[in-house]
Design a protein around this ligand. Structure first.
Ligand SMILES: Cc1cc2nc3c(=O)[nH]c(=O)nc-3n(C[C@H](O)[C@H](O)[C@H](O)COP(=O)(O)O)c2cc1C
Length: 212
């Protein structure tokens, strides 16, 4: 049986972190559900990738610039990261909420993944159109406070942003698992909260990559 391939991305700078524990629990749940799995771990928190530099920004600045030899070289990291996404059957992301949205290390990764002419195109009427095959994306979020539900006390630019960004490349099957109020819950409460999120996970989404 071909193992299910999981791209597991962590974004916290802290080795012992709530979003890491949550994403690890999501991966463990998927392993239980799917049997044989192969996990590629990209640790953006402990090993951040660079923010877009001048060469990459120039490559993306116009259709004409995109095809030059310099641009092909400048897009090397983008190409490798997109291929990592393409090779996976599902993505698991563990991320903190930083100032109402994703941490900059995850934004830097997104800046490499959303690339016109490679992972996204444009429709006749000018909208972005995803070029990647859809696949399940599980996003475990740790937040110090509460950002969703009746007791939300702050805006949420994280989940709408990720939905819009991933949709641009064709990834629309997102599932958010918010571990909220980490600043206020004790260890037992956090364990219970995490376990409840994992128990409620929808693991029956079809795997739709072209590999299968
Ligand atoms: C720079 C920074 C910004 C933060 N901004 C928010 C925020 O906007 N909302 C919130 O609820 N918590 C915020 N927090 C708290 C973290 O989301 C919280 O501590 C979370 O558990 C961190 O994830 P981790 O345990 O995986 O590192 C922020 C923390 C940092 C360091």
């Amino acid at each position: 049986m071909t193992p299910v391939r999981i791209l597991h991305i962590d974004c916290s700078p802290r080795p012992e972190s709530h979003s890491r524990a949550l994403s690890a629990a999501i991966v463990a749940r998927l392993r239980d559900a799917h049997g044989a799995t192969h996990v590629t771990h990209r640790d953006l928190g402990l090993h951040p990738i660079a923010h877009p530099g001048a060469a990459y920004a120039t490559a993306l600045s116009s259709p004409a610039n995109m095809t030059s030899p310099e641009s092909v070289e400048a897009c090397g990291m983008s190409e490798a990261l997109i291929q990592e996404v393409e090779a996976a059957d599902m993505l698991v992301i563990g991320t903190p909420m930083n100032n109402f949205t994703v941490p900059s290390v995850l934004k830097a990764w997104i800046d490499q993944i959303l690339r016109m002419g490679r992972s996204m195109g444009v429709t006749a009427t000018g909208e972005k159109a995803g070029l990647l095959a859809d696949k399940p994306v599980y996003v475990g979020i740790a937040s110090g406070g509460v950002f969703t539900g009746d007791h939300a006390k702050q805006p949420d630019f994280l989940t709408p942003y990720l939905k819009a960004a991933f949709a641009c490349v064709g990834l629309t099957s997102l599932q958010f698992l918010p571990l909220q109020a980490t600043a206020f819950l004790d260890d037992q409460q956090l364990d219970d909260h995490r376990n409840a999120l994992i128990a409620a996970m929808d693991i029956n989404r079809p795997i739709t990559t072209s590999r299968r």
